[in-house]
Design a protein around this ligand. Structure first.
Ligand code: FES
Ligand SMILES: [Fe+2]
Length: 472
């Protein structure tokens, strides 16, 4: 790969050099009767003039009685804040259910349409709704030491807190005394969470009640369920298993994130109305790539309009393959992807992206990429909130040498591509018996379904069609 990159850098450098020669030559011979050196001198003079004006502006005391002062100030403030946002602030793109991926009907708003489509949609015969594995609870930075909060995922109500020693815990939310929600107003005391109602205290690591303010004895049965947790790569995860089994694999720590050579540049958050399996299955569905993700991102996320001729001069190209890994990593599926862009039919090699994505269990993907601007990764976390509602959060980490706007552009590009998938997911039904044709492409989806079935077990909750709730 290193050889490929050095060739690419050489290619980019030669292009830049040729461009410089052509521009300088043109300016020198046709516009100015001077040499390249003279043109350089003129450029220098121009920069000095502009710099002189900037210095004048900054050092001159502004006239508070002139309206122009306020116009300049407003322009300067906007430029500075805009520059700060683009150059330094991490991206944060949030799309809630109904924001995207639905076609507004008649006089309905997009949100009303989303509700309507959800109600009338044929869900299909879906697999169990909560698979077994690690699921993201929240980003580590959003839970401070001594903080407690409520979280509703996997059909559960949970109290999440970080104890006074910095360790995060996830407990079932409802207090066994009289049912108060421990996360809604509960206070952290040492390694325990104190109920906001009568101040019983529950230990984070095992959920046992350790203290009742008005009783010397604490009954043995006074406890709440404590869920196995791990904190890795800036995320708090909990282990969910319908049979109550302990974790059977670990989520790997990414060394570049831990040692700070890759830095955080942004996040996107999407709520998706679909069965959880639809989303990872997209990684093995290589035949949709050229279709849904072919038009460039400038063509938009609405599947109806992205084929406009306006944007047909450019095209994304994808080559992909997916395979399950063998024991002891049988819970991992691997996608290899090569992405390129062509302009007017000519492939632009410096825009190529090489991707290796590891689907680790049912809800976590580590997607590593290499580009001409450096290396980085997306962390994809997918957590079921309700049987047919998924919370999908992506973080991007890149080499600290990669310019922030480039990293944010990658993040935005990825988000816009995913939002096209969201339109498919929000409106489709899960097809338990798909009409596959004999082909490598459809064969991969079958393979993915067989692989993913390892995350369901006998007591995995199923969707009950009559009540739209889960059967335990
Ligand atoms: S309800 Fe929690 S202590 Fe009473
Ligand atoms: Fe897709």
């Amino acid at each position: 790969m290193a050889a490929v990159w050095s060739r690419r850098w050489f290619f980019v450098s030669v292009c830049c050099f040729l461009l410089l020669l052509v521009v300088s030559g043109t300016v020198t011979e046709q516009v100015l009767p001077g040499s390249v050196l003279e043109v350089g001198w003129l450029w220098l003079q121009a920069v000095r003039t502009v710099w002189g004006r900037v210095v004048d502006c900054v050092t001159t005391v502004p006239d508070p009685y002139h309206w122009k002062t306020y116009v300049y100030l407003a322009i300067l403030t906007s430029a500075l804040s805009g520059g700060y946002i683009v150059l330094f602030r991490p991206l944060n793109r949030i799309r809630k259910l109904g924001d995207i991926g639905y076609i507004a009907e008649g006089s309905l708003t997009a949100r009303e349409t989303a509700n309507f489509v959800q109600r009338r949609r044929r869900v299909g015969s879906v697999p169990p709704v909560y698979p077994n594995g690690w699921f993201a609870v929240m980003e580590s930075f959003s839970l401070h030491t001594g903080q407690a909060t409520t979280v509703s995922i996997l059909g559960l109500n949970l109290a999440v807190f970080r104890d006074d020693y910095g360790v995060a815990h996830v407990l079932d939310a409802y207090c066994p005394h009289m049912g108060a929600n421990l996360g809604a107003g509960g206070r952290v005391k040492g390694n325990c969470l104190e109920c906001p109602f009568h101040a019983w205290r529950f230990r984070g690591e095992d959920g046992r009640c350790t203290h009742i303010p008005y009783s010397d004895k604490v009954p043995e049965i006074a406890k709440v369920k404590s869920w196995p947790v791990t904190e890795v790569n800036g995320w708090l995860y909990m282990w969910y298993h319908a049979e109550g089994l302990d974790p059977t694999w670990k989520l790997p720590e990414i060394e570049e994130i831990s040692n700070g050579s890759w830095v955080y540049r942004g996040r996107t958050e999407h709520m998706v109305n679909a069965h959880i399996e639809e989303i990872p299955e997209n990684g093995a569905d290589v035949s949709h790539l050229g279709h849904v993700h072919g038009p460039i991102i400038a063509a938009g996320i609405d599947l109806r309009y992205m084929w406009s001729k306006l944007w047909s001069f450019a095209q994304h190209h994808w080559t992909a393959g997916w395979e399950p890994m063998s024991a002891p990593e049988a819970h991992v599926g691997q996608l290899r992807l090569e992405h390129g862009i062509s302009l007017f039919g000519v492939r632009m090699p410096f825009l190529d992206l090489y991707v290796t994505a590891k689907q680790i269990g049912p809800g976590v993907v580590y997607l590593m990429f290499e580009s001409v601007f450096g290396r980085g990764m997306f962390i994809h976390n997918l957590t079921p909130v309700e049987p047919m509602v998924q919370k999908m959060v992506h973080n991007i980490y890149v080499s600290w040498t990669m310019p922030v706007p480039i990293a944010k552009f990658y993040m935005l590009g990825e988000a816009l591509q995913v939002e096209r998938d969201v339109m498919i997911w929000n409106n489709k039904q899960y097809e338990s018996k798909p009409l596959f044709v004999k082909s490598k492409e459809d064969g991969l989806i079958s393979k993915h379904r067989r692989w993913y079935s390892q995350f369901y077990s006998e007591n995995s909750p199923r969707l009950q069609f009559k009540t739209d709730s889960v059967d335990w």
